[in-house]
Design a protein around this ligand. Structure first.
Ligand SMILES: NC(=O)C1=CN([C@@H]2O[C@H](COP(=O)(O)OP(=O)(O)OC[C@H]3O[C@@H](n4cnc5c(N)ncnc54)[C@H](OP(=O)(O)O)[C@@H]3O)[C@@H](O)[C@H]2O)C=CC1
Ligand SMILES: O=C1O[C@H](COP(=O)(O)O)[C@@H](O)[C@H](O)[C@H]1O
Length: 497
């Protein structure tokens, strides 16, 4: 298996190896790649943190976290192979001199992937420290976590800093939604199926809804989250990336820059939301205490470490317009929030209604066809169609019924495990493919658009509307669509949180 791998052995350096992201996602994902035979035999995983761990303690820490977060029981053979790759180096990331120790653990002759799983404020220090240790050359790839900055200005400053040491071709900006199977499938769905490709514009589509609902709260990350809010945490990156993939023109190829060029054009065509139209086009909310999946949960201001005066939004709903030929007059409604009733991400494409109803008896107005793309959970694609109810009638009338064509990934691909997004993305970095990573101009364009909304909110005397945890957000978010004769798609996924 390993001999078939099309990429070189890697020195994978994980800065911030003791952090939440590394423990919950990155180390378990590397382990899953091992299990799937996708790590090169010669690949090493070098954890970096400021603690004085012995090699044995570090290996134990990794094991504990893989057992806790990898989602299945530890496979002995996989673990034996994986632990042999592990190495640990103590570095204080803000102390340039302490990076020299790293030189002993990496081989500059090999490709090095450096994952910066730390706060972005440390990215510059890490680059400087690596440079000082003499371990930067053209073969190094760096992975940057989101959100990059707080706004356009701070994002530029971080990107400028990293650009002093690395070219754009070496920089992999992660948005883990781009590694989700169902988000990737958007490209296949749109461009491998003429049934959709030919109906994907203002002639056929009435509007689009993108909902990313979370049942979790802020999970002990109050300090981080309160500075960010749902707009920076989710909309600036994940939702705008999904929107770009739904709305972009066909790329010339699946190369990184062909796709990124098209996504960028969409971001540039987003109609600005600012003080003049903020109330008409946006709703923000903050959760109060309530019940999620039958459990009582505190309100945002009652969470640990909370500042009682915070006006940070935990819910956002937006009406987005794309000023280009394809999407003229087609609103995209976005909605995302914490402590909603369930975890579900869905894209719903509402097609235009038939111009005339031949079947008046069963429906006063024929309902529109809908394409529902279930990103998570219960990944799948569903099309609602009108169907004749079989049977004979004495009047000769034709009874219609709404039915669905439903493709469930877990049934259709029953023997395939759906890989975590980070597994896919880590593999792509090792292969050296930037197609699923975000280019600097995309990040900056997204900030430009988001900054304008945040600025308009800040200048308003009103704060976010309260919504009870376990509900679908503030009442005004219903009004956002209702005033245009529309309503949010009611997710059929009600299972778990
Ligand atoms: N957690 C998540 O689910 C997600 C996180 N992200 C992003 O990933 C990045 C990391 O987040 P997260 O893991 O949650 O953050 P954490 O705070 O949990 O982890 C950051 C790590 O950096 C280490 N660190 C901080 N300062 C230094 C220093 N001077 N020297 C050495 N190590 C240092 C910390 O070490 P120590 O343990 O010693 O304090 C900590 O282990 C952030 O940019 C975040 O926005 C993005 C998406 C999701
Ligand atoms: O990036 C982030 O994403 C998670 C949601 O990711 P998902 O894969 O579980 O849908 C979100 O909870 C977190 O606040 C944010 O930083």
């Amino acid at each position: 298996m390993v001999s078939d791998l099309k990429y070189e052995p890697i020195d994978f350096v994980l800065f911030g190896t003791k952090g939440d992201l590394a423990r919950r996602k990155l180390l378990p994902s590397l382990y899953q790649l091992e299990k799937a035979g996708l790590l090169h035999d010669g690949t090493k995983v070098i954890g970096v943190a400021r603690q004085d761990f012995s090699q044995t303690d570090y290996v134990e820490l990794v094991k504990e976290n893989i057992e806790k977060f990898s989602g299945d029981t530890l496979c002995k053979d996989t673990w034996t192979k994986f632990q042999a790759r592990l190495d640990y180096v103590q570095v204080n990331l803000t102390d340039t001199a302490s990076y020299t120790e790293l030189c002993e653990h990496v081989d500059v002759e090999r490709t090095m992937v450096c994952y910066f799983a730390t706060a972005p404020s440390l990215f510059g220090d890490i680059c400087k420290g690596m440079d000082n240790a003499g371990i930067i050359d053209d073969s190094v790839r760096v992975v940057l976590e989101k959100p990059i900055g707080q706004d356009l200005e701070s994002s530029k400053a971080i990107n400028d800093k990293v650009a002093e040491y690395f070219t754009e071709k070496q920089i992999y900006r992660i948005d883990h939604y781009l590694g989700k199977e169902t988000v990737l499938n958007l490209i296949a769905l749109r461009f491998a199926n003429s049934i959709f490709a030919t109906n994907w514009d203002h002639n056929c589509i009435d509007h689009v809804q993108i909902s990313v609902a979370e049942s979790v709260g802020i999970e002990g990350r109050w300090g981080y989250f309160d500075d960010a809010g749902q707009m920076r945490d989710m909309v600036q990156n994940h939702l705008l990336q999904i929107l770009s993939l739904v709305a972009m023109e066909p790329p010339t190829t699946l190369d990184a820059d062909s796709i990124r060029d098209e996504k960028l054009k969409v971001l540039k065509a987003l109609r600005p939301i600012n003080a003049s139209n903020i109330n008409e086009k946006s709703v923000r909310g903050q959760y109060s205490s309530g019940f999620v999946s039958g459990h009582e949960v505190p309100g945002y201001l009652e969470e640990e470490d909370a500042n009682q005066k915070s006006r940070t939004e935990t819910f956002v709903a937006l009406k987005v317009e794309i000023d280009n030929w394809r999407w003229a007059g087609v609103p995209f409604y976005l909605r995302t929030g914490k402590r909603l009733p369930t975890k579900v991400s869905e894209i719903v494409i509402y097609f235009k209604r038939q111009p005339h109803n031949l079947f008046g008896a069963s429906f006063s107005q024929l309902p529109p066809n809908k394409l529902v793309i279930r990103l998570q959970p219960e990944e799948g694609v569903e099309v609602t169609v009108m169907n004749k109810v079989p049977g004979l009638t004495s009047t000769g009338a034709m009874d219609l019924q709404k039915s669905k064509l439903d493709l469930s990934f877990s049934e259709e691909f029953a023997d395939q495990r759906i890989a975590d997004a980070y597994e896919k993305l880590l593999l792509e970095v090792m292969i050296g493919n930037q197609a699923l990573f975000v280019r600097r101009d995309e990040v900056e364009q997204a900030w430009t658009w988001v900054d304008s909304i945040i600025k308009a909110w800040k200048s308003s005397s009103e704060g976010p509307e309260q919504y009870q945890a376990g509900t679908w957000g503030p009442v005004s978010s219903i009004g956002l669509l209702a005033k245009e004769g529309r309503s949010w798609y009611e997710s059929k996924i009600k299972k778990k949180g």
